[in-house]
Ligand binder design. Sequence first.
Ligand code: IMP
Length: 205
Amino acid sequence: MENETSIIIATKNKGKVKEIWHFLKDLNINLLSLNDFENLSEIIEDGKNFKENSIKKAKIIAETFQKLTLADDSGLEVDFLNGNPGVYSSRYSGENATDKSNRDKLLSGLAEIKDLNERTARFVCHLVLWDPQRGLLFETDGFCEGWIGFEETGSGGFGYDCIFIPKGFNKTMAQLSKDEKNEISHRGKALKDFTGFINKNKFLF
Ligand code: IMP
């Protein structure tokens, strides 16, 4: 890209913004997030799945600011809880949910499962790039399989990281470095696809 392109990351979640910024920092893109704009009304995430929510967020923000917009919708699916919290991951414990209250609810829901092998779960991310004139330019999914631990361990990352043990590790996602998490995470995998797309399609920007 000869002139620097601006892309809005359609989230206020500082944990996500940090991860996405860390991943895309070497591309010649001016990255903005919803924290750079004031008086934005909240976008209601009422889609049935991650794809519907990410498209809704990307389209509204792209059309409002007339700028390319990257939106991810992500969450945690726990097999014993029939795939919950899923699209409700950020508000699992109700309206005023915090990351901590969501983790507490999840751990209580699994209290009877004493065998780690039965506490299987996965992080899922659907990532979308939307152009205000051309619509959907790119979409992909990323997954990260693992288990829900028995207690909180580690202080990195955000959300459910300190109770999620990714496959291939005997520590939680919150004990990994930023680079290790980006290498294996659902969002990292989707962002890797995205950087491949940007590098192959520079003519689009
Ligand atoms: P979203 O902003 O609607 O996509 O909500 C995503 C929610 O899923 C977050 O608030 C977290 O609770 C959870 N989540 C998504 N990705 C991660 C991650 O990488 N680590 C930990 N929790 C995550």
